[in-house]
Design a protein around this ligand. Sequence first.
Ligand SMILES: [Zn+2]
Ligand SMILES: [Zn+2]
Ligand SMILES: [Zn+2]
Length: 288
Amino acid sequence: MNITFLGTAAAPSMPIPFCVCEVCSEARRVGGKNLRRRSSLVINDDLLVDIGPDIAAASFQQQISLAGIGICLQTHPHADHLDIGFLLSRHTEYGTEVSGDLLLAGSDETLRVIDDFVSKQSAYGSIFDSETQSALKLKLLSLTPFEAYSIDGYHITGFPASHGNDQGFLLYSIVQGDHAVFYGTDTSVLSEEVWEHLQQERTMFDVVILDHTYGIGFESRPADHLASKDVAAHTDRFRECGLLKDNGLVYATHLSHEGNLVHDELDEYARNFGYRVAYDGLSLKLDD
Ligand SMILES: [Zn+2]
Ligand SMILES: [Zn+2]
Ligand SMILES: [Zn+2]
């Protein structure tokens, strides 16, 4: 299994274009790993997590083709994770030649919000209609939280996020063969219900990816996002509960500027708490 971070920023990108704070100014000055696009992840060359606004630009820069993507797991419909223009560009009217159907999977609530956006922003009709689906080469899969689905060799389970007042925001466990990754953004502190299910499933993860919107000295905000100290606490808990392999790694993603140092310094800080900080283009190869 190969895991590549297309983007690792929170909604406003990092640095925030109009911000002159120390963190953003330093990020602009140093560049490199400090320039972050909106969060999205590619697994192997066929599974995308979140069809976000920066996926095209990131794929060009990182020289990763998205043409073979057959599955898109959507965490939720916030604008930093969803650009329906990429779905619409699959329409026959664009003359697009796609390699096959795209299975768009997410909670029922998320799929309905996407349908609402498509109806308002195009004349292509509802994505729940078979005619629209065939024109977009799109298939839909509504995921029930805590239920495991087998899709093209992946075993996928959605877990409810603590994020926003709307329902249906999902975090994902993605298992292929002997390898497993947990994608945990956007979310605040994981609920006890989620921990219980993780422990029941007993999947041992190679890689756990967690929301790290807020950095050092900040608090996680309920129903919003995680801050570094809870990423550290979650890292400990994944390890203590036997949910992380001995050589398993925890990576922070979805970074904003509050309390987040420049990448190398933040990564050094994170190492002291048992986790690492992801950056755009970071590719993890899990060997068999
Ligand atoms: Zn977000
Ligand atoms: Zn700033
Ligand atoms: Zn969000």
